[in-house]
Design a binder for this molecule. Structure first.
Ligand SMILES: Cc1ncc(COP(=O)(O)O)c(C=O)c1O
Length: 362
């Protein structure tokens, strides 16, 4: 049993991907070009946004999105205490000040009630993270920031195809800008690194297009100091093919998650609350007696992950920014989280085995 098996998942697409890559090589179209534009168009259509801009990875997507806002140095940017390090690193790299907010109890998304208390005159942007593929509570968030001149950025690195149940809109189309990662293990992943920013705002679109390509709009006309953060053309070619299968594999993930929801019954385990719009980048449970449980899974050959064992304010590189701050729900999740296999190719007999082993844990 594998936690994920990308090679096997992509088996059916392999010949088509190779053919398309061959075309790229034959046309010498290696940087940006037709295939990147095609994928940008297809991905924006998928999310329901006007624009999409490819870039080198999800971390750059966040940094570019923040830079495009043109905020004064040290403006405050709110983000959840429980996320992958990139969300916070991007804020610091963009010369802005990260302000943390706890997540909801036994959920993976930011607490809107706690967030409201952290908003002040210096708050210029909020990054919500659709962690594990679960869409944040966008309706209540929008009520809070209405008429406040605060930009809203989605970190949708783990949530391609997830949606908000109330507006029925997909993530990527819920704020001013949204950032995606195509790291290989994501719901749609490249065979290397890749990232994307989606927006409906023409101004941000123009700015990010320039920033990602050394500050040029036209060749050799460097209007601003930019970076080399282009989505690789061969990766865009691969992603274009894989996008066709994204919904299919997301549905498989949903099936697995629903099986776990229904069949895991153990007093030492808390199941996180997920909504129907979730695409289950991870299926995470909280476990008492964690060390013993991980040993137990290994003994029964069940692969697992930990996303993530430390919240942002406890990361060595970031401790100094959040002097002794406490975020109870984030700390509780990080200290107890275990990600169960979410490989879309898992069979019912695998799921039966996983649940029966877990239910016997004492
Ligand atoms: C929530 C979140 N944000 C940002 C990123 C950064 O993406 P990348 O690894 O493509 O830089 C990731 C990647 O794991 C992520 O999970």
């Amino acid at each position: 049993m594998k936690f994920l098996d990308i090679a096997k998942q992509d088996l059916e697409l392999k010949n088509k991907i190779f053919k398309e890559i061959d075309k790229v090589i034959k046309t010498n179209d290696f940087i940006l070009g037709k295939k990147v534009e095609e994928f940008e168009k297809n991905f924006s259509k998928y999310c329901g946004t006007k624009f999409a801009i490819g870039c080198a990875n999800g971390t750059d997507a966040l940094t570019l999105a923040l830079e495009s806002l043109g905020l004064p140095k040290n403006s405050e940017v709110i983000l959840p205490a429980m996320t992958w390090c990139s969300t916070a690193f991007a804020v610091i790299k963009a010369n802005l000040k990260p302000v943390l907010v706890d997540i909801e109890t036994d959920k993976s998304t930011i607490s809107i009630e706690s967030l409201e208390k952290k908003i002040n005159k210096k708050t210029k942007a909020i990054i919500i993270v659709h962690l594990y593929g679960e869409c944040c509570d966008i309706t209540n968030l929008k009520k809070i920031i209405k008429n406040k001149n605060i930009y809203l950025i989605e970190d949708a690195a783990q949530a391609h195809g997830a949606y908000d149940l109330i507006s029925n809109k997909k993530v990527g189309n819920l704020g001013d800008l949204a950032c995606f990662s195509f790291y290989p293990g994501k719901n749609i992943g490249a065979y290397g690194d890749g990232g994307m920013i989606t927006t409906n705002n023409q101004k941000f679109f123009n700015k990010i297009k320039q920033l990602r390509n050394m500050g040029q709009k036209l060749k050799n006309d460097h209007k601003v100091i930019g970076v080399n953060s282009r989505l690789d053309t061969i990766q865009a070619t691969i992603l274009n093919e894989k996008l066709k299968k994204l919904n299919y594999f997301n549905n498989k993930r949903k099936f697995i998650a629903n099986y776990y929801k229904k069949n895991i019954k153990n007093k030492l385990i808390i199941k996180l609350k997920y909504s129907d719009g979730c695409v289950y980048h991870q299926y995470v449970i909280k476990v008492y007696k964690l060390k013993k449980f991980l040993y137990y899974l290994t003994k029964y050959k069940i692969p697992y992950g930990r996303h993530y064992p430390k919240p942002i304010h406890k990361l060595t590189a970031l401790k100094k920014y959040f002097n002794k701050e406490v975020y109870i729900n984030s700390e509780s999740l990080s200290s107890k989280c275990v990600s169960l296999p979410i490989n879309p190719l898992l069979k019912i007999k695998d799921l039966e085995y996983i649940c029966s082993v877990i239910n016997k844990f004492r």
